[in-house]
Every structure is written in structure tokens, then in C-alpha cells.
Write a protein that binds this ligand. Structure first.
Ligand SMILES: NC(=O)c1ccc[n+]([C@@H]2O[C@H](COP(=O)([O-])OP(=O)(O)OC[C@H]3O[C@@H](n4cnc5c(N)ncnc54)[C@H](OP(=O)(O)O)[C@@H]3O)[C@@H](O)[C@H]2O)c1
Length: 297
């Protein structure tokens, strides 16, 4: 069964993206081919990778091996900060496209803003605009852009990003940022959608998987906590990209189109927000601390 056929979003430039994507952050290269193969078999049609995940080759290999036509799989990747700058970012496209083994990338996004070098960030984005105009990519966007970064980007560039891929899970909802994305017709893509970034955190708001409210809602529907969290995002209009290298979980996370949370259940999950970010503070990203060389293809 094609579990994905039921839902997709239309980006602000008219391009369609599946509502459910497959994440591969921290999937080791040797596990990635098998994980993406399983994902495509159970019906995912969107893979979210990044130059800085160092597994684009394996993602491409799994897509080719699947036998699916190129236009049946939506491929998203990200330019790392070490490749920012107009010419560098054009070249970053070549590196990623070659590693993925594709001519066209469906969605290419800037992985982070560089708040201390925003002009360089803008130059990188202008390269994405050029790639879009040339048809090398079908859509462009950003990731981890905070409201002030969006304001500046929108003021100084021409193409409104199609997506902003940001940390969103029940313990960190970023409601102000979600509203800003929506105001500009930018699709919010939730990274760590089931709270993966919280799993190893101490204290009462450690793992979202252990949360009693989420657990009760899951029990009421005969579903799992992960499925409930994914449903919460989808019903609130966010695209999701859960990651797993475990076949049973890959399938579980795709089986989220056959039930509906009530308004009260959505509100109960909204109320779990702690305001505590799991990932790095976007304002503190610099090339000095986070830079790493992205190898040639
Ligand atoms: N733009 C960014 O800066 C950024 C940052 C982080 C992530 N991302 C993207 O978002 C994707 C997802 O985020 P994430 O990997 O941080 O977190 P996540 O998808 O919320 O959680 C992944 C973790 O949950 C486990 N898991 C998956 N399904 C499960 C289930 N049904 N039940 C219990 N455990 C389950 C996985 O373990 P196993 O794999 O061992 O099964 C893994 O440890 C990434 O892969 C990446 O594509 C983007």
C-alpha cells in the first residue's frame, strides 16, 4: 500500500512535497542504504539529507536501487556553512548532485544562518536563487532561521523560501517562529519531529517518548507515542521527517494517515512546550566552531 499517497503539501512555488519525509541525520553511511531502501519500500517518497550528514552517496544509491522513477522520489539536501558564498554555494550544488547521482535536486536549503556573517549567508541564498532560475533545483529554502534571520533574508533577496526546517517537537514548539513561517507562506518542516533530540536529556522533560500525556493519547487511539507526535505535526500543517534505521520503526512512522487526534488532544500536546531547545542555539553558529570541510564528490 502506498501510505503516502493520501497527503502532500504544495510549496509556495507550486511544487508538491510529500507530507511525510525520511530523515537520515546520524545514519551511518553503512546503514543508510538499507534504511532508505526500507523507507522507499514502505512508501516514503521524500528523503531529507545534507552535505554535512556525509551520506548523500548512500541516499542516492538506495534511490537508484529502488527502481522508482526519479520523479517519484523527492530529494532534499542542505548546503553546509563551510560552503557559503555565491560561487562556493553553486559548487556545493555540484558536489551534492554528483554524490546523490541526480541532475536536479528537488529542494536545496541553507542548513543554518551565519548570524555573524549574514552577508555570506545572503550570497549563498542568491546562489540558490540562481540554481532555481536555471532549473537545477525545483525549490529552495532555509533551515534553523529565526524570525530576525527571515526578516533580513526577505528584505534582501527575491525568492521567498519554500521551507524553513526547524526543531519542533512537543517539548519545543517555537510557536512564534511557526507563525512567522506561515505568515510568509513558508512550509515549516519539523526536524526531530518525535523529539529524538530530547531522548538523552535528563530531568522531567527528558524523552518525549516517555511523556505520560502523549502516552495516554496514544493508548486512547491504540497507537504509539511516535505516531501521535507525527499526527500532531501533520494536523497542524507541518511536514515531518522522522529518522530511523530500524525497519519496524520506519514502517511505524509511516503509518500515520489512518487516525485523527481531537482538538483537545492537539491542545494537550501544545501545552507540553518547555521552551527548551535541544539543538544548537542558531544565534551562536559560526564557521569557526561548526565549520567542517565538505569533500568533493
Ligand atoms: N536541519 C537541521 O539542523 C536538522 C537537525 C536535526 C535533524 N534534522 C533532520 O530531521 C530528521 C529527524 O530528526 P532526528 O533524527 O534528530 O530525530 P527524530 O526523528 O525525532 O528521532 C530519531 C530517533 O528516534 C528513534 N526512533 C525513530 N522512530 C522511533 C519510534 N517509532 N519509536 C521509538 N524510537 C524511534 C531513532 O532511533 P533508530 O534510528 O535507532 O531507530 C532515533 O534515535 C533527521 O534525520 C534530519 O533529516 C535536521
Amino acid at each position: 500500500m502506498d501510505l503516502m499517497s493520501s497527503t502532500s503539501f504544495v510549496l509556495n512555488n507550486g511544487v508538491e512535497i510529500p507530507a511525510l519525509g525520511f530523515g537520515v541525520f546520524q545514519s551511518a553511511p553503512e546503514e543508510t542504504v538499507a534504511a532508505v531502501t526500507t523507507a522507499l519500500e514502505v512508501g516514503y517518497r521524500h528523503v531529507d539529507t545534507a552535505a554535512a550528514y556525509f551520506n548523500e552517496k548512500e541516499v542516492g544509491e538506495a534511490i537508484r536501487r529502488s527502481g522508482l522513477a526519479r520523479d517519484e522520489v523527492f530529494v532534499e539536501t542542505k548546503v553546509w556553512i563551510s560552503d557559503y558564498g555565491y560561487e562556493q554555494t553553486l559548487h556545493a550544488f555540484d558536489k551534492s548532485a554528483q554524490k546523490l547521482g541526480v541532475e536536479q535536486i528537488d529542494l536545496l536549503i541553507l542548513h543554518q544562518a551565519l548570524p555573524g556573517e549574514f552577508d555570506l549567508t545572503l550570497d549563498a541564498y542568491r546562489a540558490l536563487e540562481e540554481l532555481l532560475a536555471d532549473g537545477a533545483v525545483r525549490a529552495i529554502g532555509v533551515s534553523n532561521f529565526m524570525p530576525e534571520h527571515l526578516t533580513r533574508l526577505l528584505a534582501e533577496t527575491s525568492v521567498v523560501p519554500a521551507v524553513n526546517q526547524i526543531e519542533v517537537h512537543p517539548y519545543f514548539r517555537q510557536s512564534e517562529l511557526l507563525a512567522r513561517d506561515a505568515e510568509h507562506g513558508i512550509l515549516s518542516q519539523a526536524w526531530s519531529p518525535i523529539g529524538g533530540i530530547t531522548f538523552y536529556r535528563d530531568g522531567s522533560h527528558g524523552s518525549t517518548l516517555q511523556d505520560t500525556t502523549i502516552g495516554e493519547i496514544a493508548a486512547a487511539h491504540g497507537r504509539t507515542p511516535a505516531q501521535v507526535m507525527l499526527r500532531w505535526h501533520l494536523q497542524q500543517g507541518r511536514q515531518v521527517i522522522p529518522k530511523s534505521v530500524t525497519p519496524s520503526r520506519i514502517a511505524e512512522n509511516a503509518d500515520v494517515f489512518g487516525f485523527e487526534l481531537t482538538g483537545d488532544q492537539l491542545a494537550a500536546i501544545d501545552a507540553l512546550d518547555t521552551g527548551v531547545r535541544g539543538g544548537p542555539e542558531p544565534e551562536r553558529i559560526t564557521r569557526e566552531t561548526f565549520g567542517r570541510e565538505i569533500p568533493e564528490a
